[in-house]
Design a protein around this ligand. Structure first.
Ligand SMILES: Nc1ncnc2c1ncn2[C@@H]1O[C@H](COP(=O)(O)OP(=O)(O)O)[C@@H](O)[C@H]1O
Ligand SMILES: [Mg+2]
Length: 96
């Protein structure tokens, strides 16, 4: 399960996504919808360590992974479904 709690993500000193809480259960397919510039990519980047998390939490299977760098997340995701999450997020970001 992947969860965010009141996540605030942005760039530099500017928070863009403010207070997002989502839950994605194992095997679940979800859609993140919103107009251009609404912060969809920024939210994903916050989850995978590519944007700055100001506050809130990212939780994977009850482990707090908030603010862990992308390369560290990739290393710790080996042989777990977190690697699928990381891979999916990177693919998403390449397209959008
Ligand atoms: N690297 C960045 N530095 C500063 N602002 C950014 C950066 N990337 C995106 N933004 C800004 O963050 C806002 C949300 O963008 P983004 O998350 O890409 O939206 P979406 O993916 O929903 O189209 C936009 O106002 C955009 O200009
Ligand atoms: Mg986008």
């Amino acid at each position: 399960m992947l969860k965010t709690k009141n996540l605030v993500v942005g760039y530099g000193n500017v928070p863009i996504v403010r207070g997002v809480s989502i839950v994605v259960n194992k095997g679940e397919i979800i859609a993140l919808l919103g107009p251009n510039g609404s912060g969809k990519s920024t939210l994903i980047k916050g989850i995978v360590g590519l944007a700055k998390v100001f506050s809130g939490e990212v939780i994977y299977e009850n482990i707090k992974i908030t603010g862990i760098s992308t390369d560290k997340l990739v290393k710790m995701s080996m042989d777990t479904s977190l690697s699928l999450i990381m891979f999916s997020c990177v693919l998403l970001l390449k397209k959008t």
